[in-house]
Write a protein that binds this ligand. Structure first.
Ligand code: SF4
Length: 464
Protein backbone atom coordinates (compact mmCIF):
# COMPACT_ATOMS: atom_id res chain seq x y z
CA UNK A 1 0.00 0.00 0.00
CA UNK A 2 1.30 3.45 -0.85
CA UNK A 3 2.07 5.65 2.18
CA UNK A 4 -0.15 8.27 0.56
CA UNK A 5 -3.22 6.02 0.15
CA UNK A 6 -6.18 7.14 2.22
CA UNK A 7 -7.45 4.33 4.42
CA UNK A 8 -10.77 3.40 6.02
CA UNK A 9 -11.94 1.31 8.94
CA UNK A 10 -15.56 0.22 9.07
CA UNK A 11 -17.49 -1.23 11.99
CA UNK A 12 -20.96 -2.65 11.39
CA UNK A 13 -23.69 -3.13 13.97
CA UNK A 14 -26.94 -5.02 13.44
CA UNK A 15 -28.48 -7.13 10.76
CA UNK A 16 -27.54 -8.53 7.35
CA UNK A 17 -29.08 -5.47 5.72
CA UNK A 18 -26.52 -3.31 7.51
CA UNK A 19 -23.71 -5.75 6.67
CA UNK A 20 -24.71 -5.44 3.04
CA UNK A 21 -24.86 -1.62 3.24
CA UNK A 22 -21.34 -1.70 4.71
CA UNK A 23 -20.14 -3.70 1.72
CA UNK A 24 -21.52 -0.94 -0.50
CA UNK A 25 -19.90 1.84 1.53
CA UNK A 26 -16.59 -0.05 1.48
CA UNK A 27 -16.97 -0.53 -2.28
CA UNK A 28 -17.53 3.19 -2.85
CA UNK A 29 -14.52 4.13 -0.72
CA UNK A 30 -12.29 1.62 -2.49
CA UNK A 31 -13.36 2.90 -5.88
CA UNK A 32 -12.27 6.34 -4.62
CA UNK A 33 -8.80 4.94 -3.84
CA UNK A 34 -9.19 4.17 -0.14
CA UNK A 35 -7.61 1.00 1.26
CA UNK A 36 -9.23 -1.01 4.04
CA UNK A 37 -7.48 -1.35 7.42
CA UNK A 38 -8.41 -3.46 10.40
CA UNK A 39 -7.71 -0.92 13.17
CA UNK A 40 -9.16 2.57 13.61
CA UNK A 41 -5.68 3.82 14.58
CA UNK A 42 -4.49 3.12 11.02
CA UNK A 43 -7.43 4.77 9.28
CA UNK A 44 -7.93 8.19 7.74
CA UNK A 45 -11.70 7.54 7.80
CA UNK A 46 -13.48 5.66 10.58
CA UNK A 47 -17.04 4.67 9.75
CA UNK A 48 -19.69 3.31 12.09
CA UNK A 49 -22.69 1.73 10.38
CA UNK A 50 -25.26 1.73 13.16
CA UNK A 51 -28.36 -0.21 14.13
CA UNK A 52 -31.14 0.92 16.46
CA UNK A 53 -33.12 -2.29 16.80
CA UNK A 54 -31.53 -3.46 20.02
CA UNK A 55 -31.54 -1.78 23.38
CA UNK A 56 -28.36 0.13 24.24
CA UNK A 57 -27.46 0.73 20.57
CA UNK A 58 -26.94 4.40 21.33
CA UNK A 59 -24.76 3.72 24.39
CA UNK A 60 -22.60 1.46 22.25
CA UNK A 61 -22.26 4.12 19.57
CA UNK A 62 -21.42 6.95 21.96
CA UNK A 63 -18.93 4.69 23.75
CA UNK A 64 -17.19 4.08 20.43
CA UNK A 65 -17.37 7.74 19.49
CA UNK A 66 -15.79 8.65 22.83
CA UNK A 67 -12.75 6.56 21.90
CA UNK A 68 -12.63 8.22 18.51
CA UNK A 69 -12.66 11.67 20.11
CA UNK A 70 -9.37 10.86 21.84
CA UNK A 71 -7.93 9.68 18.52
CA UNK A 72 -9.18 12.76 16.71
CA UNK A 73 -7.61 15.03 19.34
CA UNK A 74 -4.22 13.62 18.34
CA UNK A 75 -5.04 13.44 14.60
CA UNK A 76 -7.36 16.31 13.63
CA UNK A 77 -7.38 15.16 9.99
CA UNK A 78 -9.15 11.92 10.98
CA UNK A 79 -12.67 11.80 9.49
CA UNK A 80 -15.39 10.16 11.59
CA UNK A 81 -18.54 8.98 9.81
CA UNK A 82 -21.78 7.69 11.34
CA UNK A 83 -24.26 5.98 9.02
CA UNK A 84 -27.17 3.55 9.27
CA UNK A 85 -30.42 3.36 11.20
CA UNK A 86 -29.37 5.19 14.36
CA UNK A 87 -28.00 8.04 12.25
CA UNK A 88 -31.28 8.17 10.31
CA UNK A 89 -33.21 8.42 13.59
CA UNK A 90 -30.87 10.57 15.69
CA UNK A 91 -28.96 12.99 13.46
CA UNK A 92 -29.51 15.93 15.81
CA UNK A 93 -28.60 13.94 18.90
CA UNK A 94 -25.32 12.85 17.30
CA UNK A 95 -24.58 16.43 16.35
CA UNK A 96 -25.21 17.54 19.94
CA UNK A 97 -23.48 14.69 21.77
CA UNK A 98 -20.54 14.19 19.41
CA UNK A 99 -19.88 17.51 17.60
CA UNK A 100 -16.52 16.19 16.42
CA UNK A 101 -18.26 13.72 14.05
CA UNK A 102 -17.55 14.83 10.47
CA UNK A 103 -20.21 13.04 8.44
CA UNK A 104 -23.66 11.71 9.28
CA UNK A 105 -25.68 9.96 6.60
CA UNK A 106 -28.80 7.88 6.83
CA UNK A 107 -30.19 4.71 5.31
CA UNK A 108 -31.49 6.41 2.15
CA UNK A 109 -28.36 8.16 0.87
CA UNK A 110 -25.44 5.74 1.02
CA UNK A 111 -24.42 6.97 -2.42
CA UNK A 112 -23.64 10.40 -0.92
CA UNK A 113 -20.78 9.08 1.21
CA UNK A 114 -17.87 10.12 -1.07
CA UNK A 115 -19.39 13.59 -1.65
CA UNK A 116 -20.10 14.16 2.04
CA UNK A 117 -16.54 13.12 2.90
CA UNK A 118 -15.20 15.70 0.45
CA UNK A 119 -17.54 18.37 1.83
CA UNK A 120 -16.51 17.56 5.39
CA UNK A 121 -13.06 19.06 4.84
CA UNK A 122 -14.86 22.42 5.15
CA UNK A 123 -16.90 21.44 8.23
CA UNK A 124 -19.37 18.80 9.40
CA UNK A 125 -21.49 17.36 6.58
CA UNK A 126 -24.77 15.91 7.87
CA UNK A 127 -27.41 14.69 5.42
CA UNK A 128 -30.52 12.62 6.07
CA UNK A 129 -33.08 11.92 3.33
CA UNK A 130 -36.60 10.60 3.76
CA UNK A 131 -36.56 8.45 0.61
CA UNK A 132 -33.96 6.33 -1.09
CA UNK A 133 -32.27 8.19 -3.93
CA UNK A 134 -30.13 5.37 -5.39
CA UNK A 135 -30.85 1.68 -4.75
CA UNK A 136 -27.76 0.44 -2.86
CA UNK A 137 -27.32 -2.42 -5.33
CA UNK A 138 -26.41 0.12 -8.00
CA UNK A 139 -23.33 1.09 -5.96
CA UNK A 140 -19.91 -0.57 -6.05
CA UNK A 141 -19.45 -3.33 -3.51
CA UNK A 142 -16.58 -4.83 -1.57
CA UNK A 143 -17.89 -8.28 -0.65
CA UNK A 144 -16.74 -9.90 2.58
CA UNK A 145 -16.85 -13.35 0.98
CA UNK A 146 -15.71 -14.66 -2.40
CA UNK A 147 -18.35 -17.40 -2.49
CA UNK A 148 -21.39 -15.85 -0.78
CA UNK A 149 -23.23 -12.63 -1.55
CA UNK A 150 -26.09 -10.69 -0.02
CA UNK A 151 -28.50 -9.53 -2.69
CA UNK A 152 -30.97 -6.83 -1.80
CA UNK A 153 -34.34 -7.39 -3.49
CA UNK A 154 -36.31 -4.70 -1.68
CA UNK A 155 -35.82 -2.06 0.94
CA UNK A 156 -38.24 -0.65 3.50
CA UNK A 157 -41.39 -2.14 4.94
CA UNK A 158 -45.10 -1.34 4.66
CA UNK A 159 -46.07 -3.20 7.83
CA UNK A 160 -46.51 -1.62 11.21
CA UNK A 161 -45.49 -4.18 13.82
CA UNK A 162 -45.80 -2.21 17.02
CA UNK A 163 -42.40 -3.25 18.43
CA UNK A 164 -40.41 -2.44 15.29
CA UNK A 165 -38.59 0.70 14.32
CA UNK A 166 -37.65 -0.44 10.81
CA UNK A 167 -40.47 1.34 8.93
CA UNK A 168 -39.45 4.60 10.64
CA UNK A 169 -35.79 4.33 9.59
CA UNK A 170 -35.98 2.38 6.32
CA UNK A 171 -39.18 3.86 4.89
CA UNK A 172 -41.85 2.37 2.60
CA UNK A 173 -41.12 -0.80 0.68
CA UNK A 174 -39.41 -0.36 -2.68
CA UNK A 175 -38.65 -3.41 -4.84
CA UNK A 176 -35.88 -3.75 -7.39
CA UNK A 177 -36.70 -4.80 -10.92
CA UNK A 178 -36.55 -8.56 -11.32
CA UNK A 179 -34.27 -8.32 -14.36
CA UNK A 180 -31.78 -6.20 -12.37
CA UNK A 181 -31.66 -8.78 -9.58
CA UNK A 182 -31.12 -11.66 -12.02
CA UNK A 183 -28.39 -9.70 -13.81
CA UNK A 184 -26.64 -8.99 -10.50
CA UNK A 185 -26.79 -12.67 -9.50
CA UNK A 186 -25.47 -13.76 -12.91
CA UNK A 187 -22.52 -11.44 -12.55
CA UNK A 188 -21.89 -12.63 -8.96
CA UNK A 189 -21.85 -16.25 -10.13
CA UNK A 190 -19.45 -15.34 -12.94
CA UNK A 191 -17.27 -13.91 -10.16
CA UNK A 192 -17.23 -17.20 -8.19
CA UNK A 193 -20.26 -16.82 -5.91
CA UNK A 194 -22.13 -20.10 -5.30
CA UNK A 195 -24.63 -18.98 -2.65
CA UNK A 196 -26.78 -15.88 -2.44
CA UNK A 197 -29.01 -14.66 0.36
CA UNK A 198 -31.86 -12.49 -0.85
CA UNK A 199 -32.51 -9.60 1.52
CA UNK A 200 -35.71 -7.74 2.22
CA UNK A 201 -37.64 -6.76 5.33
CA UNK A 202 -40.56 -8.77 3.96
CA UNK A 203 -39.32 -10.77 0.98
CA UNK A 204 -42.74 -12.24 0.25
CA UNK A 205 -44.26 -8.93 -0.65
CA UNK A 206 -41.44 -8.41 -3.16
CA UNK A 207 -42.78 -6.87 -6.37
CA UNK A 208 -46.12 -5.67 -5.03
CA UNK A 209 -45.07 -2.06 -5.67
CA UNK A 210 -43.95 -2.98 -9.20
CA UNK A 211 -46.76 -5.16 -10.51
CA UNK A 212 -49.52 -4.88 -7.94
CA UNK A 213 -49.02 -8.52 -6.99
CA UNK A 214 -46.19 -10.20 -5.06
CA UNK A 215 -43.61 -11.79 -7.38
CA UNK A 216 -41.35 -13.57 -4.93
CA UNK A 217 -42.01 -17.06 -6.31
CA UNK A 218 -41.35 -15.77 -9.83
CA UNK A 219 -38.04 -14.34 -8.62
CA UNK A 220 -37.03 -17.65 -7.02
CA UNK A 221 -37.80 -19.51 -10.24
CA UNK A 222 -35.85 -16.98 -12.33
CA UNK A 223 -32.81 -17.22 -10.06
CA UNK A 224 -33.00 -21.01 -10.02
CA UNK A 225 -32.23 -20.90 -13.75
CA UNK A 226 -28.89 -19.11 -13.20
CA UNK A 227 -26.31 -21.72 -14.18
CA UNK A 228 -23.66 -22.26 -11.50
CA UNK A 229 -25.73 -20.88 -8.62
CA UNK A 230 -25.81 -23.69 -6.06
CA UNK A 231 -27.78 -22.24 -3.19
CA UNK A 232 -30.46 -19.58 -2.78
CA UNK A 233 -31.44 -18.41 0.69
CA UNK A 234 -33.67 -15.53 1.72
CA UNK A 235 -34.53 -13.54 4.79
CA UNK A 236 -37.10 -12.83 6.03
CA UNK A 237 -40.62 -13.73 4.96
CA UNK A 238 -43.54 -12.29 6.91
CA UNK A 239 -45.90 -15.15 7.82
CA UNK A 240 -48.97 -13.23 6.62
CA UNK A 241 -47.51 -12.91 3.10
CA UNK A 242 -45.94 -16.37 2.83
CA UNK A 243 -48.14 -18.16 0.30
CA UNK A 244 -48.50 -21.50 -1.46
CA UNK A 245 -46.80 -20.27 -4.64
CA UNK A 246 -43.62 -19.47 -2.67
CA UNK A 247 -43.73 -22.86 -0.94
CA UNK A 248 -44.12 -24.57 -4.34
CA UNK A 249 -41.16 -22.62 -5.74
CA UNK A 250 -39.09 -23.60 -2.69
CA UNK A 251 -40.02 -27.23 -3.20
CA UNK A 252 -39.41 -27.29 -6.93
CA UNK A 253 -36.32 -25.11 -7.42
CA UNK A 254 -33.17 -27.19 -6.97
CA UNK A 255 -31.04 -24.27 -5.78
CA UNK A 256 -33.49 -22.97 -3.15
CA UNK A 257 -32.34 -24.28 0.21
CA UNK A 258 -34.62 -26.33 2.44
CA UNK A 259 -34.71 -23.78 5.22
CA UNK A 260 -37.19 -21.10 6.10
CA UNK A 261 -37.02 -18.51 8.84
CA UNK A 262 -40.62 -17.75 9.73
CA UNK A 263 -40.76 -15.21 12.59
CA UNK A 264 -43.69 -16.07 14.87
CA UNK A 265 -42.96 -13.51 17.64
CA UNK A 266 -45.75 -14.96 19.83
CA UNK A 267 -48.12 -17.90 19.99
CA UNK A 268 -50.95 -15.91 21.52
CA UNK A 269 -53.64 -14.37 19.31
CA UNK A 270 -54.23 -11.48 21.70
CA UNK A 271 -50.50 -10.75 21.89
CA UNK A 272 -50.15 -10.99 18.10
CA UNK A 273 -52.98 -8.48 17.86
CA UNK A 274 -51.19 -6.03 20.15
CA UNK A 275 -48.07 -6.56 18.04
CA UNK A 276 -50.14 -5.87 14.86
CA UNK A 277 -48.69 -8.94 13.19
CA UNK A 278 -51.79 -9.52 11.01
CA UNK A 279 -51.91 -13.31 11.38
CA UNK A 280 -53.26 -15.68 13.98
CA UNK A 281 -51.69 -18.61 15.73
CA UNK A 282 -53.76 -21.03 13.67
CA UNK A 283 -53.01 -19.37 10.30
CA UNK A 284 -49.32 -19.36 11.24
CA UNK A 285 -49.34 -23.05 12.15
CA UNK A 286 -51.20 -23.80 8.93
CA UNK A 287 -48.22 -22.33 7.04
CA UNK A 288 -45.79 -24.40 9.07
CA UNK A 289 -47.76 -27.54 8.13
CA UNK A 290 -47.88 -26.48 4.48
CA UNK A 291 -44.08 -26.07 4.40
CA UNK A 292 -43.41 -29.39 6.12
CA UNK A 293 -45.78 -31.24 3.80
CA UNK A 294 -44.25 -29.76 0.63
CA UNK A 295 -40.54 -29.84 1.47
CA UNK A 296 -39.18 -33.07 2.99
CA UNK A 297 -36.50 -32.47 5.61
CA UNK A 298 -37.08 -28.70 5.69
CA UNK A 299 -35.68 -26.79 8.66
CA UNK A 300 -37.88 -24.10 10.17
CA UNK A 301 -36.48 -21.40 12.43
CA UNK A 302 -38.19 -18.47 14.07
CA UNK A 303 -37.95 -15.30 16.17
CA UNK A 304 -39.88 -15.00 19.43
CA UNK A 305 -40.29 -12.00 21.70
CA UNK A 306 -40.79 -12.72 25.39
CA UNK A 307 -42.40 -10.22 27.73
CA UNK A 308 -44.24 -8.04 25.21
CA UNK A 309 -46.24 -5.36 27.10
CA UNK A 310 -49.22 -6.90 28.84
CA UNK A 311 -48.10 -10.50 28.16
CA UNK A 312 -49.93 -12.70 30.68
CA UNK A 313 -48.79 -16.10 31.86
CA UNK A 314 -51.60 -17.62 29.78
CA UNK A 315 -50.38 -15.78 26.67
CA UNK A 316 -46.85 -16.96 27.34
CA UNK A 317 -48.17 -20.53 27.69
CA UNK A 318 -49.63 -20.11 24.19
CA UNK A 319 -46.12 -19.32 22.96
CA UNK A 320 -44.74 -22.44 24.63
CA UNK A 321 -47.41 -24.62 23.04
CA UNK A 322 -46.77 -22.97 19.66
CA UNK A 323 -43.12 -23.98 19.99
CA UNK A 324 -44.23 -27.53 20.84
CA UNK A 325 -46.48 -27.70 17.81
CA UNK A 326 -44.10 -26.05 15.34
CA UNK A 327 -41.04 -28.00 16.58
CA UNK A 328 -38.59 -25.43 15.34
CA UNK A 329 -35.04 -26.38 14.46
CA UNK A 330 -33.84 -23.17 16.12
CA UNK A 331 -35.46 -20.11 17.65
CA UNK A 332 -33.95 -16.68 18.14
CA UNK A 333 -35.47 -15.50 21.37
CA UNK A 334 -35.54 -11.90 22.54
CA UNK A 335 -36.60 -10.17 25.72
CA UNK A 336 -38.86 -7.26 24.83
CA UNK A 337 -37.35 -3.85 25.38
CA UNK A 338 -39.12 -0.64 24.43
CA UNK A 339 -37.69 1.19 21.44
CA UNK A 340 -38.30 4.89 20.94
CA UNK A 341 -40.54 5.74 17.95
CA UNK A 342 -42.48 2.47 18.26
CA UNK A 343 -46.09 2.36 19.41
CA UNK A 344 -45.47 -0.64 21.68
CA UNK A 345 -43.32 1.60 23.85
CA UNK A 346 -46.52 3.48 24.80
CA UNK A 347 -48.56 0.35 25.59
CA UNK A 348 -49.50 -0.18 29.24
CA UNK A 349 -48.34 -3.02 31.48
CA UNK A 350 -44.65 -3.38 30.75
CA UNK A 351 -43.44 -6.46 32.60
CA UNK A 352 -40.91 -6.55 35.44
CA UNK A 353 -37.48 -7.68 34.30
CA UNK A 354 -37.48 -10.76 36.56
CA UNK A 355 -40.78 -12.02 35.10
CA UNK A 356 -39.45 -11.65 31.56
CA UNK A 357 -36.17 -13.36 32.49
CA UNK A 358 -37.93 -16.33 34.08
CA UNK A 359 -40.18 -16.83 31.03
CA UNK A 360 -37.21 -16.38 28.73
CA UNK A 361 -35.33 -19.17 30.49
CA UNK A 362 -38.33 -21.52 30.28
CA UNK A 363 -38.66 -20.85 26.56
CA UNK A 364 -34.95 -21.42 25.89
CA UNK A 365 -34.98 -24.70 27.83
CA UNK A 366 -37.96 -25.92 25.83
CA UNK A 367 -36.53 -24.87 22.46
CA UNK A 368 -33.07 -26.29 23.22
CA UNK A 369 -34.72 -29.70 23.62
CA UNK A 370 -36.31 -29.43 20.16
CA UNK A 371 -33.09 -28.09 18.61
CA UNK A 372 -31.17 -31.06 19.98
CA UNK A 373 -33.87 -33.48 18.89
CA UNK A 374 -33.73 -32.05 15.38
CA UNK A 375 -29.93 -32.32 15.25
CA UNK A 376 -30.03 -35.87 16.58
CA UNK A 377 -32.18 -36.86 13.63
CA UNK A 378 -29.17 -36.04 11.45
CA UNK A 379 -26.92 -38.58 13.18
CA UNK A 380 -25.39 -41.13 10.84
CA UNK A 381 -26.77 -39.41 7.74
CA UNK A 382 -24.79 -37.57 5.07
CA UNK A 383 -25.35 -34.01 3.98
CA UNK A 384 -23.98 -31.50 1.54
CA UNK A 385 -21.97 -28.81 3.35
CA UNK A 386 -20.79 -25.49 2.01
CA UNK A 387 -17.40 -24.90 3.64
CA UNK A 388 -17.21 -21.49 5.35
CA UNK A 389 -13.64 -21.70 6.69
CA UNK A 390 -11.91 -22.39 10.00
CA UNK A 391 -14.19 -22.76 13.01
CA UNK A 392 -14.28 -19.56 15.10
CA UNK A 393 -13.81 -21.51 18.33
CA UNK A 394 -11.27 -24.08 17.12
CA UNK A 395 -9.31 -23.05 14.02
CA UNK A 396 -7.96 -26.60 13.62
CA UNK A 397 -11.47 -27.55 12.56
CA UNK A 398 -13.56 -26.27 9.67
CA UNK A 399 -17.14 -25.05 9.73
CA UNK A 400 -19.83 -25.16 7.13
CA UNK A 401 -23.58 -25.11 6.68
CA UNK A 402 -25.96 -27.72 5.35
CA UNK A 403 -28.66 -26.63 2.96
CA UNK A 404 -30.96 -26.61 5.99
CA UNK A 405 -28.61 -24.02 7.53
CA UNK A 406 -27.32 -26.33 10.25
CA UNK A 407 -23.87 -25.40 11.47
CA UNK A 408 -21.41 -28.30 11.08
CA UNK A 409 -17.89 -28.53 12.53
CA UNK A 410 -15.54 -31.11 11.08
CA UNK A 411 -11.85 -32.00 10.93
CA UNK A 412 -10.24 -29.82 8.30
CA UNK A 413 -8.51 -31.65 5.45
CA UNK A 414 -7.64 -28.38 3.79
CA UNK A 415 -11.19 -27.97 2.53
CA UNK A 416 -11.43 -24.86 0.40
CA UNK A 417 -13.73 -22.07 1.56
CA UNK A 418 -16.78 -22.00 -0.66
CA UNK A 419 -16.42 -25.62 -1.77
CA UNK A 420 -19.29 -28.08 -1.46
CA UNK A 421 -18.41 -31.27 0.40
CA UNK A 422 -20.26 -34.21 1.83
CA UNK A 423 -20.16 -34.89 5.55
CA UNK A 424 -21.57 -37.62 7.78
CA UNK A 425 -22.98 -36.38 11.09
CA UNK A 426 -21.33 -38.10 14.05
CA UNK A 427 -22.47 -36.02 17.04
CA UNK A 428 -25.31 -33.66 17.81
CA UNK A 429 -25.39 -30.60 20.04
CA UNK A 430 -28.31 -28.17 20.45
CA UNK A 431 -26.78 -25.49 18.24
CA UNK A 432 -24.47 -27.40 15.88
CA UNK A 433 -23.49 -30.88 14.77
CA UNK A 434 -20.10 -32.55 14.44
CA UNK A 435 -19.33 -34.26 11.16
CA UNK A 436 -16.68 -36.16 9.25
CA UNK A 437 -15.88 -35.64 5.60
CA UNK A 438 -17.02 -38.44 3.35
CA UNK A 439 -15.31 -39.22 0.06
CA UNK A 440 -17.21 -39.40 -3.13
CA UNK A 441 -19.09 -37.07 -5.37
CA UNK A 442 -21.48 -34.58 -3.89
CA UNK A 443 -25.05 -35.61 -4.33
CA UNK A 444 -28.08 -33.57 -5.16
CA UNK A 445 -29.23 -32.45 -1.74
CA UNK A 446 -32.90 -32.16 -2.60
CA UNK A 447 -33.01 -35.82 -3.54
CA UNK A 448 -30.56 -37.08 -0.93
CA UNK A 449 -32.20 -35.50 2.10
CA UNK A 450 -34.74 -38.26 2.51
CA UNK A 451 -32.24 -40.98 1.57
CA UNK A 452 -29.73 -41.35 4.40
CA UNK A 453 -26.70 -43.48 3.49
CA UNK A 454 -26.27 -44.89 6.98
CA UNK A 455 -28.72 -45.68 9.75
CA UNK A 456 -29.27 -43.38 12.69
CA UNK A 457 -26.58 -43.32 15.38
CA UNK A 458 -26.67 -42.14 18.96
CA UNK A 459 -26.36 -38.71 20.46
CA UNK A 460 -23.12 -37.70 22.15
CA UNK A 461 -22.85 -38.10 25.93
CA UNK A 462 -22.21 -34.40 26.49
CA UNK A 463 -25.72 -33.55 25.31
CA UNK A 464 -27.45 -36.20 27.36
S1 SF4 B 1 -42.53 -6.83 8.99
FE1 SF4 B 1 -42.81 -5.94 11.02
S2 SF4 B 1 -40.97 -6.62 12.16
FE2 SF4 B 1 -40.50 -6.89 9.96
S3 SF4 B 1 -39.51 -4.96 9.34
FE3 SF4 B 1 -41.69 -4.72 8.88
S4 SF4 B 1 -42.55 -3.72 10.72
FE4 SF4 B 1 -40.54 -4.56 11.29
Amino acid sequence: MSVQSPTYYIRTFGCQMNAHDSERMAGMLESEGYARVEQPDDASVVLFNTCCIRENADQKLYGNLGHMKALKDTRPDLRIVVGGCLAQKDKDVIQRRAPYVDVVLGTHNLASLPRLLRESTAGPAFEILEQTEVFPSALPSRRMSSWHAWVSISIGCNNSCTFCIVPAVRGREVSRRLGDIVAEVESLVADGVVEVTLLGQNVNSYGRDLDGTPMFSKLLRALDRVVGLERIRFTSPHPKDFRADSVAAMAECAAVCEHIHLPAQSGSDSCLKRMKRAYTRSSYLEKVRMVRAAIPGVAITTDIIVGFPGETEAEFQDTLTLVEEARYDQAFTFQYSPRPMTSAADLPDHLPKEVVQERFERLIALQNGFSLESNRRMLGNTFEVLVEGPSKKDPSRASGRTRTNKLVHFLDDGATQGSLRTIRVIAARPHHVEGELVDGPRRDAKRSMSLPLVGAGTACDACG
